[in-house]
Design a protein around this ligand. Structure first.
Ligand SMILES: NC(=O)c1ccc[n+]([C@@H]2O[C@H](COP(=O)([O-])OP(=O)(O)OC[C@H]3O[C@@H](n4cnc5c(N)ncnc54)[C@H](O)[C@@H]3O)[C@@H](O)[C@H]2O)c1
Length: 446
């Protein structure tokens, strides 16, 4: 039997040992999905803290419960390790390590290189290796494949290599790792076949494409599509503000068109590990080919201007109250990059806070999901959302609209509310002024 068929039958009869490299937001849920499908899973992570936490039954990822981790560890189905030599036991390896940007907004491939090197040192015939980290087209072929070939293996015959982008949406209660269709593209047709068999064993829907570059570009198209459309609607918010038109009313009405329109909403900027970063991987790759990706650059420019737009709104609102930003007490409500999660990566709240502080505001924040965070060497701690806190703030800025916050109480008690998310639209008026991101605020009377 060929190595390919042996590996596929090991996958089908659940005797294949599955390895996940990088146990973060992407890797951990995927590892547990395989474990729940009946495989023995070994997760490899360079962080001892992550490994020790998981082995003691503690999840560091919000969408994964402690109970689930502890149950699968106790059942011997899932094990975490920081020992790279354990890769030798793995029949399949999915790599989900970070792909950040450098200070100059170029791809930082250090984590992918380190993981590929470790795989190169520990690979053997009969393995399938799949890169899941979001990256520029060409990475799998140019960076991962050569490490396996350097170990004397022939890709497509002895070892199988593919790219399969992760589409996890943290905090989404409908679409998860299992039921979100997964795209797979191999270096050769054999590679695609093995990788598809692997994911097909525990995920509902597989979409195979003709190459690793196609699969890499699928992910970048998806996230560039979001970044560009968010940029467009953010610009529309600025347009509406200048015209004195309510952007939310425009979007809601446009959203009634049953075809040809997709609803995106404006906000204080974009955050998370994906939307602000991924399009720059494509922009960088295209720069190396002497092409400028203008949509990406423009969307990035508009989206990164949004925190300053929010701060101008705060200044304007305080001015109406005959107050300066300098010396005013401003409460930022919600600092995670999106609602109902605790992830602060690239959160626009960080820029909003920094810009307000630069102008002399005394900024405090409340976030039920983020008890504290460090930025620029300073530790910030969430303050309780007490009546006193709301009443004493000169302005409250809703940056992230977590569902558990009682916005009616906020509107009732705060003197000025700058609402960047339309969280207060349907509420009864309180005693203060509500200023929307994009429309003339209405003076509400109690
Ligand atoms: N978070 C998301 O919502 C999301 C969604 C889709 C795609 N992605 C992509 O998936 C990839 C992983 O993102 P994430 O959010 O899971 O990152 P993360 O930071 O949550 O987790 C990455 C893990 O990899 C570990 N790690 C770093 N270097 C390693 C190495 N050499 N070997 C083994 N482990 C190593 C880290 O310790 C960490 O635990 C990125 O490319 C990201 O763009 C993320």
């Amino acid at each position: 039997m060929q190595l390919k068929d042996q590996l596929i039958s090991k996958i089908e009869n659940r005797t294949a040992c599955i390895g996940i490299v990088g146990l973060g937001y992407v890797g951990l849920p995927l590892a547990l999905e395989f474990a729940k499908a009946g495989f023995k899973v070994i997760g490899y992570d360079v962080s001892e803290r992550v490994v020790n936490g998981l082995m003691s039954g503690k999840s560091h990822i919000q969408d994964v419960s402690n109970e689930e981790v502890s149950r699968l560890v106790k059942a011997g189905k899932f094990e975490a390790t920081a020992d790279e030599a354990r890769m030798q036991e793995m029949d399949a390896i999915s790599v989900a390590v970070p792909t950040p940007l450098s200070k100059t907004r170029d791809p930082d491939m250090a984590f992918v290189i380190a993981a590929s090197d470790a795989i190169g040192r520990n690979c053997r015939p009969g393995m399938v290796v799949i890169l899941e980290s979001t990256t520029y087209p060409g990475t799998t072929r140019e960076m991962l494949q050569p490490k396996l070939e350097a170990a004397g293996l022939t890709v497509g015959e002895d070892v199988f290599v593919a790219f399969s982008p992760e589409r996890v949406d943290p905090g989404n209660s409908v679409w998860n790792t299992k039921n979100t269709p997964k795209v797979v593209g191999g270096i050769t047709p054999n590679c695609t076949e093995v990788a598809t068999a692997l994911y097909g064993s525990c995920l509902d829907t597989l979409v195979s494409v003709s190459s690793t570059e196609t699969a890499e570009l699928v992910k970048l198209l998806e996230n560039t599509f979001r970044a560009v459309n968010i940029g467009l609607v953010n610009e529309m918010a600025i347009v509406c503000d200048k015209l004195g038109v309510n952007i939310w009313e425009v979007i809601d009405a446009a959203g009634t068109k049953p075809f040809g329109f997709m609803k995106f909403t404006p906000g204080p900027g974009i955050g998370g590990h994906c939307i602000p970063l991924d399009p720059h991987y494509l922009a960088w790759k295209m720069r190396t080919l002497n092409y400028k990706t203008r949509f990406i650059d423009l969307a990035s420019e508009i989206n990164s201007e949004m925190p300053a737009v929010v701060v101008r709104k705060v200044a304007q609102a305080l001015n109406e109250e005959r107050k300066a930003v300098n010396g005013s007490r401003v409460l930022v409500l919600g600092v995670a990059y999106k609602k109902d999660i605790n992830d602060m990566r690239e959160s626009p709240a960080l820029d909003v806070i920094r810009l307000l502080e630069l102008q002399g505001a005394q900024v405090r924040y409340h976030d039920p999901y983020v008890p504290k965070f460090r930025e620029d060497g300073h530790e910030h701690s969430s303050v309780p959302l007490s009546d006193d806190e709301l009443a004493k703030s000169d302005a409250v800025v809703i940056v992230t609209d977590h569902s558990s916050v009682d916005y009616q109480r906020v509107v009732h008690l705060a003197r000025v509310v700058v609402d960047t998310r339309n969280a207060t639209a349907k509420l009864a008026k309180g005693k203060g002024r509500i200023v929307s991101l994009a429309s003339v605020g209405s003076y509400a009377t109690a």
